[in-house]
Design a binder for this molecule. Structure first.
Ligand code: NAD
Length: 498
Protein backbone atom coordinates (compact mmCIF):
# COMPACT_ATOMS: atom_id res chain seq x y z
CA UNK A 1 0.00 0.00 0.00
CA UNK A 2 1.21 3.51 -0.83
CA UNK A 3 2.50 5.59 2.14
CA UNK A 4 2.07 9.36 2.07
CA UNK A 5 4.66 11.77 3.46
CA UNK A 6 4.34 15.25 4.91
CA UNK A 7 5.68 18.19 2.92
CA UNK A 8 7.97 20.20 5.17
CA UNK A 9 10.55 22.85 4.27
CA UNK A 10 10.21 22.35 0.52
CA UNK A 11 10.32 18.56 0.33
CA UNK A 12 8.69 15.26 1.25
CA UNK A 13 9.36 14.01 4.74
CA UNK A 14 8.57 10.48 5.86
CA UNK A 15 6.68 10.46 9.13
CA UNK A 16 7.78 8.43 12.13
CA UNK A 17 4.23 8.36 13.48
CA UNK A 18 2.61 5.16 14.67
CA UNK A 19 -0.82 6.70 14.06
CA UNK A 20 -2.29 6.75 10.55
CA UNK A 21 -5.46 6.72 8.48
CA UNK A 22 -6.50 4.66 5.47
CA UNK A 23 -7.47 6.16 2.14
CA UNK A 24 -9.82 4.26 -0.17
CA UNK A 25 -10.62 4.46 -3.83
CA UNK A 26 -14.37 5.06 -3.40
CA UNK A 27 -15.17 3.64 -6.83
CA UNK A 28 -13.70 0.22 -6.01
CA UNK A 29 -13.81 0.18 -2.22
CA UNK A 30 -10.12 -0.80 -2.20
CA UNK A 31 -7.77 0.65 0.45
CA UNK A 32 -4.94 2.25 -1.51
CA UNK A 33 -2.89 4.48 0.78
CA UNK A 34 -1.81 5.04 4.37
CA UNK A 35 -1.70 8.63 5.58
CA UNK A 36 0.40 9.34 8.69
CA UNK A 37 -0.94 11.50 11.52
CA UNK A 38 1.82 13.94 12.48
CA UNK A 39 3.69 13.41 15.74
CA UNK A 40 4.12 16.26 18.27
CA UNK A 41 7.78 16.57 17.17
CA UNK A 42 6.78 16.85 13.49
CA UNK A 43 4.23 19.54 14.35
CA UNK A 44 6.77 21.45 16.43
CA UNK A 45 9.42 21.38 13.73
CA UNK A 46 7.02 22.35 10.93
CA UNK A 47 5.87 25.37 12.91
CA UNK A 48 9.46 26.38 13.56
CA UNK A 49 10.36 26.00 9.84
CA UNK A 50 7.30 28.05 8.86
CA UNK A 51 8.07 30.77 11.43
CA UNK A 52 11.55 31.21 10.13
CA UNK A 53 10.41 31.18 6.46
CA UNK A 54 7.67 33.72 7.22
CA UNK A 55 10.25 36.38 8.15
CA UNK A 56 11.89 36.65 4.74
CA UNK A 57 8.75 35.86 2.72
CA UNK A 58 6.79 38.47 4.70
CA UNK A 59 9.26 41.18 3.68
CA UNK A 60 9.78 40.00 0.10
CA UNK A 61 8.72 42.39 -2.66
CA UNK A 62 5.20 42.18 -4.02
CA UNK A 63 6.63 41.64 -7.47
CA UNK A 64 8.62 38.62 -6.23
CA UNK A 65 5.42 37.13 -4.74
CA UNK A 66 3.43 37.91 -7.89
CA UNK A 67 6.03 36.17 -10.01
CA UNK A 68 5.61 32.98 -7.96
CA UNK A 69 1.82 33.23 -8.18
CA UNK A 70 1.86 33.72 -11.95
CA UNK A 71 4.03 30.63 -12.39
CA UNK A 72 1.94 28.66 -9.88
CA UNK A 73 -1.21 29.58 -11.83
CA UNK A 74 0.46 28.41 -15.03
CA UNK A 75 1.52 25.07 -13.46
CA UNK A 76 -1.87 24.31 -11.88
CA UNK A 77 -3.52 24.96 -15.23
CA UNK A 78 -0.95 22.93 -17.19
CA UNK A 79 -1.21 19.99 -14.76
CA UNK A 80 -4.95 20.15 -14.10
CA UNK A 81 -5.52 16.62 -15.38
CA UNK A 82 -2.97 15.26 -12.89
CA UNK A 83 -4.77 17.12 -10.10
CA UNK A 84 -8.19 15.97 -11.29
CA UNK A 85 -7.01 12.35 -11.39
CA UNK A 86 -5.73 12.62 -7.81
CA UNK A 87 -9.08 14.07 -6.74
CA UNK A 88 -11.12 11.39 -8.49
CA UNK A 89 -9.03 8.50 -7.18
CA UNK A 90 -9.49 9.52 -3.52
CA UNK A 91 -12.72 11.55 -3.49
CA UNK A 92 -14.61 9.69 -6.23
CA UNK A 93 -16.15 12.66 -8.06
CA UNK A 94 -16.27 12.42 -11.85
CA UNK A 95 -13.27 13.74 -13.79
CA UNK A 96 -15.17 16.68 -15.36
CA UNK A 97 -16.34 17.78 -11.92
CA UNK A 98 -12.79 17.48 -10.54
CA UNK A 99 -11.59 19.68 -13.42
CA UNK A 100 -14.34 22.16 -12.57
CA UNK A 101 -13.07 22.31 -8.99
CA UNK A 102 -9.54 23.02 -10.24
CA UNK A 103 -10.76 25.80 -12.51
CA UNK A 104 -12.65 27.49 -9.62
CA UNK A 105 -9.44 27.19 -7.58
CA UNK A 106 -7.45 28.83 -10.39
CA UNK A 107 -9.66 31.92 -10.03
CA UNK A 108 -8.28 32.39 -6.54
CA UNK A 109 -4.69 32.35 -7.75
CA UNK A 110 -5.62 34.88 -10.43
CA UNK A 111 -7.21 37.15 -7.82
CA UNK A 112 -4.20 36.84 -5.51
CA UNK A 113 -1.86 37.69 -8.39
CA UNK A 114 -3.21 41.24 -8.14
CA UNK A 115 -1.76 41.50 -4.63
CA UNK A 116 0.06 44.76 -5.37
CA UNK A 117 -3.30 46.35 -5.97
CA UNK A 118 -5.13 44.56 -3.11
CA UNK A 119 -2.57 45.75 -0.54
CA UNK A 120 -2.80 49.41 -1.52
CA UNK A 121 -3.33 51.47 1.59
CA UNK A 122 -4.85 54.89 2.11
CA UNK A 123 -3.06 58.21 2.39
CA UNK A 124 -4.35 61.47 3.82
CA UNK A 125 -2.20 64.50 3.43
CA UNK A 126 -2.15 67.37 5.96
CA UNK A 127 -4.63 65.91 8.49
CA UNK A 128 -3.12 68.48 10.84
CA UNK A 129 -0.55 71.12 10.23
CA UNK A 130 2.40 69.29 8.65
CA UNK A 131 0.90 65.88 9.58
CA UNK A 132 0.16 63.06 7.11
CA UNK A 133 -1.45 59.65 7.72
CA UNK A 134 -1.12 56.44 5.75
CA UNK A 135 -2.34 52.91 6.28
CA UNK A 136 -0.70 49.63 5.34
CA UNK A 137 -1.44 45.93 5.64
CA UNK A 138 1.17 43.45 6.82
CA UNK A 139 1.18 39.64 6.96
CA UNK A 140 -0.22 37.93 10.04
CA UNK A 141 2.74 35.52 10.28
CA UNK A 142 2.15 31.76 10.24
CA UNK A 143 -1.34 30.63 9.34
CA UNK A 144 -2.89 27.19 9.26
CA UNK A 145 -5.57 25.96 6.88
CA UNK A 146 -7.73 22.99 7.86
CA UNK A 147 -9.78 21.68 4.98
CA UNK A 148 -12.65 19.22 4.33
CA UNK A 149 -12.71 16.21 2.03
CA UNK A 150 -15.18 17.48 -0.52
CA UNK A 151 -12.98 19.98 -2.40
CA UNK A 152 -9.39 18.75 -1.94
CA UNK A 153 -7.99 21.37 -4.37
CA UNK A 154 -10.43 24.27 -4.47
CA UNK A 155 -10.82 24.85 -0.73
CA UNK A 156 -7.05 24.75 -0.01
CA UNK A 157 -6.66 27.27 -2.88
CA UNK A 158 -9.35 29.51 -1.35
CA UNK A 159 -6.93 29.91 1.56
CA UNK A 160 -3.44 29.40 0.09
CA UNK A 161 -3.56 31.90 -2.74
CA UNK A 162 -4.32 34.92 -0.57
CA UNK A 163 -2.41 33.70 2.50
CA UNK A 164 0.82 33.36 0.52
CA UNK A 165 0.28 36.49 -1.59
CA UNK A 166 -0.14 38.49 1.62
CA UNK A 167 3.29 37.29 2.79
CA UNK A 168 2.39 34.60 5.31
CA UNK A 169 3.86 31.15 5.74
CA UNK A 170 1.25 28.41 5.79
CA UNK A 171 0.73 24.95 7.20
CA UNK A 172 -2.08 23.10 5.43
CA UNK A 173 -3.74 20.20 7.25
CA UNK A 174 -5.83 18.65 4.47
CA UNK A 175 -8.62 16.15 4.98
CA UNK A 176 -7.14 12.78 5.90
CA UNK A 177 -9.62 11.17 3.47
CA UNK A 178 -8.13 12.65 0.27
CA UNK A 179 -4.87 14.52 0.99
CA UNK A 180 -2.79 13.58 -2.10
CA UNK A 181 -3.84 16.55 -4.23
CA UNK A 182 -2.48 18.98 -1.60
CA UNK A 183 0.98 17.40 -1.99
CA UNK A 184 0.79 18.07 -5.73
CA UNK A 185 -0.04 21.72 -4.99
CA UNK A 186 3.01 21.87 -2.68
CA UNK A 187 5.22 20.49 -5.45
CA UNK A 188 3.86 23.00 -7.99
CA UNK A 189 4.55 25.86 -5.57
CA UNK A 190 8.13 24.70 -5.20
CA UNK A 191 8.44 24.41 -8.98
CA UNK A 192 7.02 27.93 -9.24
CA UNK A 193 9.86 29.26 -7.08
CA UNK A 194 8.24 29.55 -3.64
CA UNK A 195 11.02 29.55 -1.02
CA UNK A 196 11.27 26.40 1.12
CA UNK A 197 9.29 26.42 4.34
CA UNK A 198 6.72 29.01 3.22
CA UNK A 199 4.15 26.31 2.41
CA UNK A 200 3.96 23.01 4.31
CA UNK A 201 1.52 20.12 4.39
CA UNK A 202 1.05 18.21 7.65
CA UNK A 203 -1.27 15.23 7.64
CA UNK A 204 -3.44 14.33 10.56
CA UNK A 205 -6.76 14.03 12.33
CA UNK A 206 -8.52 16.04 15.03
CA UNK A 207 -5.62 15.57 17.48
CA UNK A 208 -3.16 17.14 15.05
CA UNK A 209 -5.58 20.03 14.50
CA UNK A 210 -5.87 20.43 18.28
CA UNK A 211 -2.09 20.74 18.61
CA UNK A 212 -1.99 23.40 15.87
CA UNK A 213 -4.84 25.33 17.50
CA UNK A 214 -3.09 25.48 20.83
CA UNK A 215 0.43 26.27 19.59
CA UNK A 216 1.63 29.83 20.16
CA UNK A 217 3.57 29.68 16.88
CA UNK A 218 0.34 29.77 14.84
CA UNK A 219 -1.20 33.22 14.36
CA UNK A 220 -4.38 32.53 12.39
CA UNK A 221 -6.65 29.58 11.66
CA UNK A 222 -8.73 29.22 8.53
CA UNK A 223 -11.14 26.29 8.69
CA UNK A 224 -13.74 24.75 6.39
CA UNK A 225 -15.72 21.68 7.43
CA UNK A 226 -18.83 20.55 9.30
CA UNK A 227 -20.70 22.81 11.71
CA UNK A 228 -19.94 21.04 15.02
CA UNK A 229 -16.20 21.02 14.26
CA UNK A 230 -16.28 24.60 12.89
CA UNK A 231 -17.95 25.85 16.07
CA UNK A 232 -15.38 24.08 18.25
CA UNK A 233 -12.39 25.21 16.10
CA UNK A 234 -13.53 28.83 16.28
CA UNK A 235 -13.90 28.83 20.04
CA UNK A 236 -10.65 26.96 20.68
CA UNK A 237 -8.61 29.10 18.28
CA UNK A 238 -9.94 32.40 19.58
CA UNK A 239 -9.56 31.23 23.20
CA UNK A 240 -5.88 30.74 22.50
CA UNK A 241 -5.61 34.26 21.08
CA UNK A 242 -5.64 33.46 17.38
CA UNK A 243 -7.51 35.09 14.56
CA UNK A 244 -10.01 32.55 13.24
CA UNK A 245 -12.57 31.97 10.53
CA UNK A 246 -14.54 28.71 10.50
CA UNK A 247 -16.97 27.85 7.73
CA UNK A 248 -19.45 25.11 8.57
CA UNK A 249 -22.15 22.96 7.03
CA UNK A 250 -25.28 23.84 5.13
CA UNK A 251 -28.82 23.02 4.12
CA UNK A 252 -29.34 24.95 0.91
CA UNK A 253 -32.87 25.63 -0.30
CA UNK A 254 -34.06 26.31 -3.82
CA UNK A 255 -37.36 28.17 -3.85
CA UNK A 256 -39.40 27.61 -7.00
CA UNK A 257 -42.22 30.11 -7.52
CA UNK A 258 -45.32 29.16 -9.55
CA UNK A 259 -44.22 31.25 -12.56
CA UNK A 260 -40.80 29.56 -12.88
CA UNK A 261 -39.70 27.78 -16.05
CA UNK A 262 -40.14 24.14 -14.93
CA UNK A 263 -37.50 22.66 -17.25
CA UNK A 264 -34.92 25.24 -16.24
CA UNK A 265 -35.71 24.66 -12.56
CA UNK A 266 -35.60 20.86 -12.92
CA UNK A 267 -32.24 20.94 -14.75
CA UNK A 268 -30.86 23.25 -12.07
CA UNK A 269 -32.21 21.15 -9.20
CA UNK A 270 -30.74 17.93 -10.60
CA UNK A 271 -27.29 19.37 -11.27
CA UNK A 272 -27.15 21.22 -7.95
CA UNK A 273 -28.50 18.38 -5.81
CA UNK A 274 -26.73 15.39 -7.33
CA UNK A 275 -23.53 16.84 -8.82
CA UNK A 276 -20.54 15.48 -6.90
CA UNK A 277 -23.04 13.05 -5.32
CA UNK A 278 -24.42 15.91 -3.22
CA UNK A 279 -21.12 16.27 -1.36
CA UNK A 280 -20.94 20.03 -1.88
CA UNK A 281 -21.44 22.64 0.80
CA UNK A 282 -23.47 24.60 -1.77
CA UNK A 283 -25.47 21.59 -3.01
CA UNK A 284 -29.22 22.12 -3.11
CA UNK A 285 -30.75 19.72 -0.61
CA UNK A 286 -34.27 21.15 -0.35
CA UNK A 287 -36.59 22.30 -3.13
CA UNK A 288 -39.28 24.57 -1.75
CA UNK A 289 -42.17 24.19 -4.17
CA UNK A 290 -44.59 27.10 -3.96
CA UNK A 291 -48.23 26.40 -4.86
CA UNK A 292 -49.04 24.33 -7.93
CA UNK A 293 -45.43 24.00 -9.05
CA UNK A 294 -44.77 20.85 -6.98
CA UNK A 295 -46.33 18.16 -9.22
CA UNK A 296 -44.84 19.21 -12.59
CA UNK A 297 -41.47 19.90 -10.96
CA UNK A 298 -41.31 16.50 -9.23
CA UNK A 299 -42.25 14.82 -12.53
CA UNK A 300 -39.55 16.72 -14.42
CA UNK A 301 -36.87 15.91 -11.80
CA UNK A 302 -37.91 12.23 -11.72
CA UNK A 303 -37.62 12.00 -15.50
CA UNK A 304 -34.06 13.30 -15.31
CA UNK A 305 -33.12 10.94 -12.45
CA UNK A 306 -34.29 7.95 -14.47
CA UNK A 307 -31.51 8.54 -17.00
CA UNK A 308 -28.76 9.67 -14.61
CA UNK A 309 -25.56 7.68 -15.23
CA UNK A 310 -23.89 6.57 -12.02
CA UNK A 311 -20.46 4.98 -12.11
CA UNK A 312 -16.73 5.37 -11.42
CA UNK A 313 -15.44 8.93 -11.67
CA UNK A 314 -12.78 7.98 -14.19
CA UNK A 315 -15.36 6.65 -16.66
CA UNK A 316 -16.23 9.54 -19.01
CA UNK A 317 -19.80 8.22 -19.27
CA UNK A 318 -20.43 8.65 -15.52
CA UNK A 319 -22.36 11.70 -14.39
CA UNK A 320 -22.34 10.91 -10.67
CA UNK A 321 -19.63 9.01 -8.78
CA UNK A 322 -19.58 7.21 -5.42
CA UNK A 323 -19.56 8.73 -1.93
CA UNK A 324 -16.37 9.28 0.03
CA UNK A 325 -16.51 6.29 2.41
CA UNK A 326 -18.65 3.24 3.09
CA UNK A 327 -19.68 4.71 6.48
CA UNK A 328 -20.80 7.96 4.91
CA UNK A 329 -22.71 6.14 2.14
CA UNK A 330 -24.51 4.02 4.75
CA UNK A 331 -25.33 7.09 6.84
CA UNK A 332 -26.83 8.87 3.80
CA UNK A 333 -28.82 5.72 2.93
CA UNK A 334 -30.18 5.62 6.50
CA UNK A 335 -31.78 9.07 5.99
CA UNK A 336 -33.64 7.68 2.97
CA UNK A 337 -34.60 4.56 4.93
CA UNK A 338 -36.08 6.69 7.75
CA UNK A 339 -37.95 9.15 5.52
CA UNK A 340 -41.11 7.11 4.96
CA UNK A 341 -41.56 6.36 8.66
CA UNK A 342 -41.40 10.11 9.35
CA UNK A 343 -44.33 10.65 6.96
CA UNK A 344 -42.43 11.70 3.83
CA UNK A 345 -42.98 10.12 0.39
CA UNK A 346 -39.99 8.44 -1.26
CA UNK A 347 -40.43 9.24 -4.96
CA UNK A 348 -37.08 7.87 -6.14
CA UNK A 349 -35.13 5.54 -3.84
CA UNK A 350 -31.39 5.67 -4.51
CA UNK A 351 -30.86 2.48 -2.55
CA UNK A 352 -32.54 0.58 -5.41
CA UNK A 353 -29.90 1.49 -7.95
CA UNK A 354 -27.92 -1.47 -9.27
CA UNK A 355 -24.43 -1.23 -10.67
CA UNK A 356 -22.45 -3.15 -13.22
CA UNK A 357 -18.99 -4.66 -12.83
CA UNK A 358 -16.46 -3.22 -10.41
CA UNK A 359 -18.79 -0.50 -9.24
CA UNK A 360 -20.65 -2.99 -7.04
CA UNK A 361 -17.71 -2.90 -4.61
CA UNK A 362 -17.55 0.90 -4.46
CA UNK A 363 -19.34 3.29 -2.12
CA UNK A 364 -22.16 3.98 -4.56
CA UNK A 365 -25.64 5.19 -3.81
CA UNK A 366 -28.21 6.25 -6.37
CA UNK A 367 -30.06 9.55 -6.40
CA UNK A 368 -33.05 9.87 -4.05
CA UNK A 369 -35.99 12.26 -4.26
CA UNK A 370 -38.24 12.65 -1.22
CA UNK A 371 -41.54 14.55 -1.30
CA UNK A 372 -43.76 15.93 1.50
CA UNK A 373 -40.78 16.69 3.73
CA UNK A 374 -41.39 18.97 6.72
CA UNK A 375 -39.27 20.70 9.35
CA UNK A 376 -39.02 18.41 12.37
CA UNK A 377 -38.18 15.40 10.20
CA UNK A 378 -34.58 14.18 10.50
CA UNK A 379 -34.25 14.31 6.72
CA UNK A 380 -35.01 18.05 6.82
CA UNK A 381 -33.31 19.07 10.04
CA UNK A 382 -29.89 17.49 9.45
CA UNK A 383 -27.25 18.07 6.83
CA UNK A 384 -27.20 14.85 4.76
CA UNK A 385 -24.30 15.62 2.40
CA UNK A 386 -25.27 13.03 -0.18
CA UNK A 387 -27.43 12.55 -3.29
CA UNK A 388 -30.77 13.13 -1.58
CA UNK A 389 -33.15 15.94 -2.55
CA UNK A 390 -36.14 16.79 -0.37
CA UNK A 391 -39.22 18.65 -1.53
CA UNK A 392 -41.10 20.84 0.94
CA UNK A 393 -44.46 22.08 -0.35
CA UNK A 394 -45.61 25.54 0.75
CA UNK A 395 -48.48 27.71 -0.38
CA UNK A 396 -46.93 31.17 -0.68
CA UNK A 397 -43.76 33.18 -1.22
CA UNK A 398 -43.75 34.30 2.41
CA UNK A 399 -44.05 30.71 3.69
CA UNK A 400 -41.04 29.81 1.51
CA UNK A 401 -39.00 32.76 2.78
CA UNK A 402 -39.88 32.01 6.42
CA UNK A 403 -38.91 28.35 6.01
CA UNK A 404 -35.48 29.35 4.69
CA UNK A 405 -34.99 32.02 7.33
CA UNK A 406 -35.93 29.70 10.20
CA UNK A 407 -33.35 27.11 9.17
CA UNK A 408 -30.25 26.94 11.37
CA UNK A 409 -27.96 27.17 8.34
CA UNK A 410 -27.53 30.15 6.04
CA UNK A 411 -24.95 29.22 3.42
CA UNK A 412 -26.46 29.38 -0.08
CA UNK A 413 -30.03 29.74 -1.34
CA UNK A 414 -31.65 30.12 -4.74
CA UNK A 415 -34.93 31.40 -6.12
CA UNK A 416 -36.34 30.38 -9.50
CA UNK A 417 -38.90 32.76 -10.97
CA UNK A 418 -39.64 35.03 -13.93
CA UNK A 419 -40.81 37.77 -11.55
CA UNK A 420 -38.00 40.30 -11.06
CA UNK A 421 -39.78 42.05 -8.19
CA UNK A 422 -40.24 38.83 -6.21
CA UNK A 423 -36.63 37.83 -6.85
CA UNK A 424 -35.34 41.21 -5.68
CA UNK A 425 -37.50 41.10 -2.55
CA UNK A 426 -36.14 37.64 -1.78
CA UNK A 427 -32.50 38.75 -2.11
CA UNK A 428 -33.21 41.48 0.44
CA UNK A 429 -35.26 39.40 2.91
CA UNK A 430 -33.44 36.08 2.98
CA UNK A 431 -30.94 35.34 5.80
CA UNK A 432 -28.25 33.50 3.82
CA UNK A 433 -24.79 34.67 2.80
CA UNK A 434 -25.00 33.74 -0.89
CA UNK A 435 -28.13 34.07 -3.00
CA UNK A 436 -28.78 32.84 -6.55
CA UNK A 437 -31.51 34.18 -8.81
CA UNK A 438 -32.17 31.44 -11.38
CA UNK A 439 -28.65 30.24 -10.42
CA UNK A 440 -28.71 27.14 -8.21
CA UNK A 441 -25.14 27.19 -6.84
CA UNK A 442 -24.25 30.84 -6.32
CA UNK A 443 -20.58 30.39 -5.40
CA UNK A 444 -19.19 33.92 -5.82
CA UNK A 445 -16.35 34.54 -8.27
CA UNK A 446 -12.98 35.12 -6.63
CA UNK A 447 -13.24 38.90 -6.68
CA UNK A 448 -16.12 38.65 -4.17
CA UNK A 449 -15.97 36.68 -0.94
CA UNK A 450 -17.57 33.38 0.03
CA UNK A 451 -19.36 32.84 3.30
CA UNK A 452 -22.63 31.88 4.89
CA UNK A 453 -24.65 33.27 7.79
CA UNK A 454 -25.97 31.62 10.97
CA UNK A 455 -24.48 28.18 11.71
CA UNK A 456 -22.67 28.10 8.36
CA UNK A 457 -19.92 30.45 9.50
CA UNK A 458 -18.23 31.24 12.81
CA UNK A 459 -16.32 34.51 12.98
CA UNK A 460 -16.71 37.64 10.92
CA UNK A 461 -14.36 36.96 8.03
CA UNK A 462 -15.67 35.42 4.86
CA UNK A 463 -13.37 33.31 2.69
CA UNK A 464 -11.23 34.53 -0.26
CA UNK A 465 -11.65 37.74 -2.29
CA UNK A 466 -11.37 41.04 -0.40
CA UNK A 467 -12.26 39.36 2.94
CA UNK A 468 -9.40 36.90 2.40
CA UNK A 469 -6.94 39.76 1.99
CA UNK A 470 -8.19 41.32 5.23
CA UNK A 471 -8.11 38.03 7.10
CA UNK A 472 -4.52 37.25 6.14
CA UNK A 473 -3.16 40.71 6.96
CA UNK A 474 -3.10 43.10 9.89
CA UNK A 475 -3.64 46.78 9.29
CA UNK A 476 -1.41 49.51 10.59
CA UNK A 477 -1.89 53.27 10.49
CA UNK A 478 1.13 55.59 10.46
CA UNK A 479 0.83 59.25 11.44
CA UNK A 480 3.89 61.29 10.50
CA UNK A 481 5.15 64.80 10.93
CA UNK A 482 8.40 66.20 9.65
CA UNK A 483 8.63 69.40 11.65
CA UNK A 484 10.98 72.21 11.12
CA UNK A 485 13.45 71.80 14.04
CA UNK A 486 13.57 75.56 14.40
CA UNK A 487 9.87 75.80 15.30
CA UNK A 488 9.54 72.60 17.39
CA UNK A 489 8.14 73.11 20.94
CA UNK A 490 7.24 70.80 23.85
CA UNK A 491 3.42 70.36 24.11
CA UNK A 492 2.00 67.92 26.68
CA UNK A 493 -1.57 68.25 25.38
CA UNK A 494 -3.44 65.44 23.56
CA UNK A 495 -2.62 65.62 19.80
CA UNK A 496 -5.18 67.86 18.10
CA UNK A 497 -6.04 68.17 14.45
CA UNK A 498 -7.24 71.78 14.60
P1 NAD B 1 -15.14 17.59 8.94
O1 NAD B 1 -15.64 18.69 9.80
O2 NAD B 1 -15.35 16.19 9.38
O3 NAD B 1 -13.55 17.73 8.70
C1 NAD B 1 -12.98 18.94 8.28
C2 NAD B 1 -11.54 19.02 8.78
O4 NAD B 1 -11.55 19.02 10.20
C3 NAD B 1 -10.68 17.85 8.34
O5 NAD B 1 -9.40 18.34 7.98
C4 NAD B 1 -10.61 16.98 9.58
O6 NAD B 1 -9.40 16.26 9.69
C5 NAD B 1 -10.70 17.99 10.70
N1 NAD B 1 -11.31 17.44 11.92
C6 NAD B 1 -12.13 16.37 12.01
N2 NAD B 1 -12.48 16.16 13.30
C7 NAD B 1 -11.88 17.12 14.03
C8 NAD B 1 -11.88 17.44 15.41
N3 NAD B 1 -12.56 16.74 16.30
N4 NAD B 1 -11.14 18.51 15.80
C9 NAD B 1 -10.46 19.24 14.92
N5 NAD B 1 -10.43 18.98 13.59
C10 NAD B 1 -11.15 17.93 13.15
O7 NAD B 1 -15.77 17.83 7.47
P2 NAD B 1 -15.70 16.88 6.22
O8 NAD B 1 -16.56 15.70 6.45
O9 NAD B 1 -14.30 16.67 5.80
O10 NAD B 1 -16.36 17.84 5.11
C11 NAD B 1 -17.75 17.95 4.91
C12 NAD B 1 -18.33 19.10 5.69
O11 NAD B 1 -17.70 20.32 5.32
C13 NAD B 1 -19.81 19.32 5.39
O12 NAD B 1 -20.47 19.62 6.58
C14 NAD B 1 -19.82 20.51 4.45
O13 NAD B 1 -21.02 21.25 4.44
C15 NAD B 1 -18.69 21.30 4.99
N6 NAD B 1 -18.16 22.23 4.00
C16 NAD B 1 -18.45 23.55 4.16
C17 NAD B 1 -17.99 24.45 3.23
C18 NAD B 1 -18.31 25.91 3.35
O14 NAD B 1 -17.75 26.67 2.61
N7 NAD B 1 -19.16 26.33 4.27
C19 NAD B 1 -17.22 24.02 2.14
C20 NAD B 1 -16.93 22.67 2.03
C21 NAD B 1 -17.41 21.77 2.98
Amino acid sequence: MKQLSHWINGGFETSTSDRSGTIYNPATGVATTKVPFATPEEIERTISVARSASRSWGTSSLSARTEVLFEFRHLVNARKDELAEAITSEHGKVHSDALGEVSRGLENIEFASGIASHLKGGFSSQVSSGVDVHSLRQPVGVVTGITPFNFPVMVPLWMMANALACGNAMILKPSEKDPSASLLLAQYLKDAGLPDGVFNVLHGDGDVVGALLEHSGIDAVSFVGSTPIARSIYSRATASGKRAQALGGAKNHMVVLPDADIDLAADAAVSAAYGSAGERCMAISVVVAVGEVAEPLIDAITKRLNVLKIGPGNDPASEMGPLITREHRDKVASFVAGAASEGARVVVDGRDVMFDGDASEGFFLGASLIDNVQPGMKIYDEEIFGPVLSVVRVSSYSDARDLVNENQYGNGVAIFTRDGGAARQFTVEVTCGMVGVNVPIPVPVASYSFGGWKDSLFGDAHMYGPSGIEFFTRSKVVTSRWPDPATSVVDLGFPKTR
